[in-house]
Ligand binder design. Sequence first.
Ligand code: TTP
Ligand code: MG
Length: 401
Amino acid sequence: MERRIVHIDMDAFFASVEVVRDPSLKGKPLIIGGNKEDIRGVVSTASYEARKFGVHSAMPLVQAKKLCPHGIFMRGHISHYREASRKIRAILETVTPHVQMASIDEAYMDVSGSQRIFGGDDGIATYIKGEITAQTGLPCTVAITANKLVSKVASDEGKPDGYLRVATGEERAFMAPLAVRKLPGAGPRTCDVLEGLGIVTLGQLAHFDLVPLECAFGHQTAISLQRRAQGISTSEVEVERAAKSISRETTFPEDVSGWEQVEQTLAYLTERCMYTLREEGLEAKRVILKVRYSNFETKTFAHTFADATAIDCVVTTALQELIEKGKRRCARIRLIGVGLDQLRYNQHQMPLFGGKNNEKWERVLEKADAVREKHGFKYLRSGKSLGLGREVKLAPPSLSR
Ligand code: TTP
Ligand code: MG
């Protein structure tokens, strides 16, 4: 089977997400990284309109303001970008399970096995771009070639809103005219040395005498540079497996007889589990309560949801019923734990029942998570877990996975 690899990269990602949320920003020079008052800090994304003024990622904001004084500056919303990233991933996984998210806005996919169903490279690209437009409204660039290296280079060449295909066997010809600075992994210092040797294009690098390259970079690097310049790469798409379960548990310093403290601790552990669950873009179909009594007897009680969830109150309601089961045994408690399993990537599908209510919670939790991301988990807690006080100190083994 012929190996075909996709590289997809979203165009001006953070800026594009903001434009979808506020269409009045469309066509304007938009700069994400900080607002007009932020003097420190750097540009994380510039819209293509802002790039015309010379503004680019990693540029100090002060400089960006000089180049583009009429630009719209904003700090941005990382939780929105994460959510968009999750949606994109879910779309890509409808093409193949072999998806590797390389960063928040780019992915590699091994589509060798999807060729026939989707109608070859062109069919795959049309499908991916079509679905992403329909479901998110975001622009992206897709490249399909024989390997990850060439696809990465090609998607950069195809930007913005593009599709570029390099037929298998054409890698070398495709790479040859490009500047050495286009080679991933060839940093500014390497490129300076190459240019010092008179090497400007990847074609020149591929054919250059090995000896001076070895003198400059050492044998291994010289060989690797030349291979890569020809578009040769064997690295595989590495599918990151989602966690199978997320759990948090703690042993009390002394066995506890009152359930109030147990329930507060459990609320805290659940909050932590749920935060991690959402952070990883997952939702759970099952929650498990684990109780170890003073005689070391350990019991687990599980509840399976009709629909997978990432919403705290859905899980705590289920846990409340499980707690009642745990209470039936009149013994002191040594350890308490909560686990989530049957995980899957959050598809943000509207549940059949209670849809409106869940939607409201999703929005609230998204805001809460954004606050935690900024100030730390402790900054925002709720419900029974507050009964533990401001500083929660759990005895080991706590918060184990
Ligand atoms: P990139 O894919 O490098 O850039 P981009 O999506 O803004 O633009 P394009 O791909 O069309 O050239 O990075 C993706 C996101 O990562 C980007 O929107 C913001 C973030 N980012 C930073 O926060 N700091 C940086 O220095 C870079 C390069 C990116
Ligand atoms: Mg991008």
